[in-house]
Design a protein around this ligand. Structure first.
Ligand code: ATP
Ligand code: MG
Length: 256
C-alpha cells in the first residue's frame, strides 16, 4: 500500500481515537545506528500495554532493549532473536500469543532487517533531522519498498523525527523535506516530533521509561491531594505526551 500525504489527517482535524487493531507486529527499524529505535520501541511497549497483551522481540545482538526491560521489571516478557532465520520462523508464532508485538531492530544487519520487514505489519523508522541523516534513510526505505513489492504493499511504513532540537530551522526544513518529497511515497511522514530531551536519555539509567515515570509522579501528586490545576508540565510529562501523541498517530495508520 502506498500512503500519500493527501490521505494524511491534518493535525487540527479532531479524530475519535480507536485503539490499535490486533494482532499487530510493530517494528522499529533503521539501518542507521543510534537514531532511537530502542528508545522508541521500549516506550511503545509501555504504551500499547493499555490496550492488550504485548510481546517484545529484541532483534539486536547488543541486547540494549532487553537489558533495559529486565531492569525495569522482571515481569516484563521479551524474547531475544538475533538471527534472520529465527525471526522469519518465530515472529508469526509470537504474533499468535500476543495482541501486539514490538520489534526492536538492530542498527545494521541487513538480513535481520529484511526478515523483520517480511513479517511485520507496520515499520516505524526513527530519523534525525540533519541532511546526512535524511540521506542515510535511502537504504532503509529501499529495503522497505522491496518488502512492500513482494508483500503486496505490506508492511505499512512511517517515519518520524527523533532527537530534534525544538524550533530550529533544521527541524522545519526536515519536516518540509519529508512532506514535500513524501519520502518517495512508500513511507508515511508522521507529524509528531520527539524532541531531544535529557530526561529521555536518563530514563534507562533510572530503570524506567518516560511513560512510567510520568505516571509514577502523577500518582504521588494525587496521593498528596495536590489537585490544583497546574499551568506547566514537567519535562518528563512533556516527553510522555510526545510519545503518546506519536503512538496515537501510529495507531491511526495501523487502523487505516
Ligand atoms: N528523544 C531523545 N532525546 C534524547 N536522547 C535520545 C532520544 N532518543 C534517543 N536518545 C538517546 O540516543 C541514543 C541512541 O538511542 P537508541 O539506543 O534508542 O538508538 P538505536 O537506534 O536503538 O541505536 P542502535 O542502532 O545502536 O541500536 C541513546 O543514548 C538514547 O538515550
Ligand atoms: Mg538499539
Amino acid at each position: 500500500m502506498v500512503i500519500t500525504t493527501r490521505d494524511k489527517p491534518s493535525k487540527t482535524q479532531k479524530q475519535k481515537f480507536t485503539p490499535p487493531s490486533k494482532p499487530t507486529i510493530i517494528a522499529f527499524l533503521s539501518q542507521k545506528g543510534g537514531v532511537g529505535k530502542t528508545t522508541t520501541a521500549t516506550h511503545a511497549r509501555d504504551w500499547f500495554e493499555q490496550f492488550g497483551t504485548v510481546g517484545f522481540v529484541d532483534a539486536d545482538a547488543q541486547r540494549s532493549s532487553s537489558k533495559w526491560l529486565s531492569a525495569i521489571s522482571q515481569d516484563i516478557e521479551y524474547t531475544v532473536m538475533g538471527e534472520a532465520r529465527t525471526l522469519l520462523k518465530e515472529l508469526p508464532n509470537v504474533k499468535e500469543k500476543f495482541d501486539y508485538v514490538i520489534v526492536d531492530a538492530p542498527g545494521s544487519m541487513e538480513d535481520v532487517s529484511r526478515a523483520i520487514l517480511s513479517r511485520c505489519d507496520i515499520v516505524i523508522i526513527p530519523c534525525q533531522t540533519s541532511q546526512l541523516d535524511l540521506d542515510s534513510n535511502d537504504e532503509t526505505i529501499e529495503m522497505v519498498e522491496v518488502a512492500q513489492d513482494i508483500r503486496g504493499g505490506l508492511p505499512k511504513a512511517a517515519l518520524f523525527f527523533n532527537r530534534a532540537e525544538e524550533g530550529t530551522i533544521l527541524l522545519r526544513e526536515a519536516l518540509e523535506a519529508a512532506s514535500r518529497d513524501n519520502i518517495r511515497g512508500s513511507v508515511f511522514p508522521l507529524d509528531t516530533v520527539i524532541h531531544q530531551r535529557q530526561c529521555i536519555m536518563d530514563v534507562p539509567g533510572q530503570q524506567t521509561t518516560a511513560i512510567r515515570e510520568a505516571r509514577r509522579l502523577g500518582e504521588i501528586r494525587r496521593q498528596k491531594n495536590s489537585n490544583k490545576k497546574r499551568q506547566t508540565y514537567t519535562p518528563i510529562e512533556i516527553a510522555r505526551n510526545e510519545y503518546c501523541e506519536l503512538f496515537e498517530e501510529i495507531t491511526r495508520i495501523i487502523n487505516d
